[in-house]
Design a protein around this ligand. Structure first.
Ligand SMILES: Nc1ncnc2c1ncn2[C@@H]1O[C@H](COP(=O)(O)OP(=O)(O)OP(=O)(O)O)[C@@H](O)[C@H]1O
Ligand SMILES: [Mg+2]
Length: 502
C-alpha cells in the first residue's frame, strides 16, 4: 500500500444481476493529486465511485481512508470521511434553490427560543465566500431547474468546498461544458490541488487527462488494467489499454452528393433568447451548430421542433411553410430531436431498452391493436447489436446502463423512427472513443440514406470532423457560417469569442 495514499480501494467486487461490474478492483489516490480513471462505456468507473460514496456497498473488498479501514454504508458515511462527488448526471433537486440544495441534510440552524430554525444568513455567507473564491456569480435563490448544466456543476463543486471535502470525485465534469468553462474548471482544480485536496477525475476526453491529471488508472470490463504517471504515457497507449486494441479513424466522413434544401429557418425569434436566426439544412448534409454555452443552440433546436414556441419567423420543410406547435407535430413532419438531457426529453429511465426504442412508434410493432412482443424484442435486440450497447439484453432497464450506453440508446431510438431530419444535441456526451466512432459511422450511414442532420456540439473536433457546414451562434444570434473546407478550430472560436466580447 502506498504510504502517502489518502484513499485506497483493495480488491473491490460488486455484482448486479447478470453483471459482474467490478472484479478485484484496486485503486489508490495520493494526497493532493489529480488521479484520472479511464475506461470504455460500462467499464465500471461510475460503479467504483458509487462504492466509494456509499451509494452501493461492495460485495467484498476493503476501503481505507488515511490509512484507516472504513465501512462506507451510506452517502452520509462518505460525507463524514470527507469524500464528495459530482455525479455524471447531477444529483441536485430541480425544484429547490441552489442554497437549499447545497445544505440539504447538512443545514445550519440557530436556536430561537425553544425552536431550531434554518440560519439562512450564515449559510449564504459561507457559500458566497466560496463562490467568490471560485470567481462564480450565481443567484443562491434561483431554482436549480432554471440554471444550466455548467452552473449545476459549479454548484456541486461549491458544495464540496463548503464542507471542506478532502477527496473530490468528478465523474465527467466537462461533458456538458464548453471550452471556456473547462478552462475555468481547471483553474479551480489547480487551486484545490494546491490546498491539498485529492481529485478523482473521470473523463472520456483524453486531452483533459494530459492537461490536468498526475496519474491515470485504466480499467476495462470491471478490472484493473494499468496505472501510469501521465507524464510517462501517451494517448495511443491509453486508448490501447482502454479498448484492448487500436482505434484509428475517428471520423469516417465520406464524400456524398448533397441535395436540395430540406429545412429552412427564416428570422426565427424568441423572447430575449433568439434573434433573427436563419439557417438551412440540405438533404444528406450534416450541419453543425457551434457556440459557447448559453449561445442559444439548444434554444434554437427546441424552438424548431416545437418543444418551445418561436415568437416570429418561419420554418419551411421541403419548401413548404410549416407551423410546428408541438414536438408531436415536428415528428409528423419527419423531425426527431435527440436531447443532451436524456432524462428530461429522451429516455424513460425505468423502462427497458426495447420499450424505449419502440415506444415512439408503437404503430410499427402493433398488430390488431396488440403489441407484437416478438417484433418489439427484435427491434430492441437489433438496436443493442447495431449500436453495440453494453447490456445483457434488450430487456435490461435503461437506468442500470452506464451513462455512455444510455446515450447510445437515445440515438438508437431516434434513428429507429426513420426521420427525415435529425437534430442531435451533444450526441456523444459521455460516450467513449470507440463508441463515438461508432455513432459517427451510424450518422454517416444515415445521411447516405438521405437523412439531413443538424448537430449541436461543444466539441469542435467532432464538428470539424463530421460536418459539411458549421454555423456559429452567440447570444441568440447566428454570427458565422463556415464550409467544411475553410472551417478551423481557431476560426470558429474567433467568431464565437469576438462576437461575445463586442
Ligand atoms: N444498478 C445497476 N444494476 C444493474 N447493472 C448496473 C447497475 N449500475 C451499473 N450497472 C452495470 O455495471 C456496468 C458498469 O457500469 P458503470 O456505470 O460503472 O460504467 P462506466 O464505466 O461509468 O461507463 P460510462 O463511461 O458509460 O459512464 C455496466 O455494465 C452497467 O450496465
Ligand atoms: Mg459512468
Amino acid at each position: 500500500m502506498e504510504n502517502d495514499a489518502i484513499l485506497v480501494l483493495d480488491k473491490i467486487n460488486k455484482s448486479f444481476p447478470g453483471v459482474h461490474a467490478l472484479k478485484d478492483m484496486s485503486f489508490s489516490v495520493r494526497r493532493g493529486e489529480v488521479h484520472a480513471i479511464c475506461g470504455e462505456n460500462g467499464a465500471g468507473k461510475s460503479t467504483l465511485m458509487k462504492v466509494v460514496t456509499g451509494v452501493y456497498h461492495q460485495d467484498s473488498g476493503d476501503i481505507y481512508v488515511n490509512g484507516k479501514k472504513v465501512d462506507i454504508k451510506s452517502p452520509n458515511d462518505a460525507f463524514d470521511q470527507g469524500i464528495a462527488i459530482m455525479y455524471q448526471e447531477t444529483s441536485l433537486f430541480n425544484e429547490m434553490t441552489i442554497l437549499e440544495n447545497m445544505f440539504l441534510n447538512h443545514e445550519i440552524t440557530r436556536q430561537v427560543g425553544p425552536l431550531k430554525v434554518l440560519d439562512y444568513r450564515t449559510m449564504e455567507k459561507r457559500v458566497n465566500a466560496i463562490f467568490e473564491k471560485m470567481n462564480v456569480r450565481l443567484d443562491l435563490h434561483a431554482k436549480v431547474k432554471d440554471i444550466g448544466m455548467a452552473a449545476k456543476q459549479l454548484v456541486e463543486i461549491a458544495k464540496a468546498l463548503t464542507f471542506h471535502s478532502k477527496i473530490l470525485i468528478m465523474d465527467e465534469p466537462t461533458a456538458s461544458l464548453t471550452d471556456r468553462e473547462v478552462v475555468a474548471l481547471f483553474e479551480i482544480i489547480r487551486n484545490l490541488k494546491a490546498d491539498g485536496v485529492s481529485i478523482v477525475y473521470i473523463s472520456h476526453r483524453l486531452d483533459e487527462i494530459f492537461e490536468i491529471c498526475d496519474r491515470v488508472t485504466v480499467i476495462r470490463d470491471g478490472e484493473f488494467i494499468s496505472l501510469r504517471e501521465v507524464s510517462d504515457t501517451n494517448k495511443a497507449s491509453l486508448v490501447a489499454d482502454m479498448v484492448g486494441r487500436e482505434v484509428t479513424s475517428y471520423y469516417p466522413k465520406k464524400k456524398i452528393d448533397i441535395g436540395e434544401v430540406v429545412m429552412e429557418l427564416d428570422n426565427v425569434c424568441q423572447g430575449g433568447l433568439l434573434h433573427n436566426c436563419s439557417l438551412n439544412v440540405r438533404r444528406r448534409e450534416i450541419v453543425g451548430l457551434s457556440g459557447l454555452a448559453g449561445a442559444g443552440r439548444t434554444e434554437l433546436a427546441q424552438a424548431v421542433c416545437g418543444i418551445t414556441k418561436a415568437d416570429s419567423g418561419t420554418i419551411r420543410i421541403e419548401g413548404k411553410e410549416r407551423q410546428i406547435g408541438s414536438y408531436r407535430e415536428a415528428m409528423q413532419e419527419g423531425m426527431v430531436y435527440v436531447s443532451e438531457d436524456r432524462a428530461k426529453y429522451g429516455l424513460v429511465l425505468g423502462m427497458d431498452i426495447k420499450k424505449n426504442i419502440t415506444l415512439p412508434q408503437l404503430h410499427r410493432i402493433a398488430r390488431n391493436n396488440m403489441i407484437d412482443f416478438h417484433a418489439e424484442a427484435e427491434m430492441g435486440e437489433k438496436a443493442v447489436r447495431d449500436f453495440d450497447i453494453k447490456a445483457p439484453g434488450a430487456d435490461f432497464v435503461v437506468e442500470n446502463l452506464s451513462g455512455g450506453n444510455q446515450q447510445k440508446v437515445s440515438v438508437a431510438r431516434a434513428t429507429a423512427l426513420k426521420p427525415k431530419i435529425m437534430i442531435l444535441d451533444e450526441p456523444t456526451r459521455g460516450v467513449d472513443v470507440g463508441a463515438k466512432a461508432e455513432i459517427y459511422r451510424i450518422v454517416g450511414e444515415l445521411v447516405e440514406q438521405g437523412l439531413s442532420i443538424l448537430m449541436i456540439s461543444s466539441e469542435l473536433p467532432e464538428l470539424l470532423g463530421m460536418c459539411d457546414r458549421i454555423y456559429v451562434m452567440n447570444a441568440g444570434s447566428i454570427v458565422g457560417e463556415f464550409d467544411r473546407e475553410n472551417a478551423t478550430q481557431e476560426g470558429i472560436l474567433k467568431v464565437a469569442l469576438n462576437a461575445a466580447d463586442e
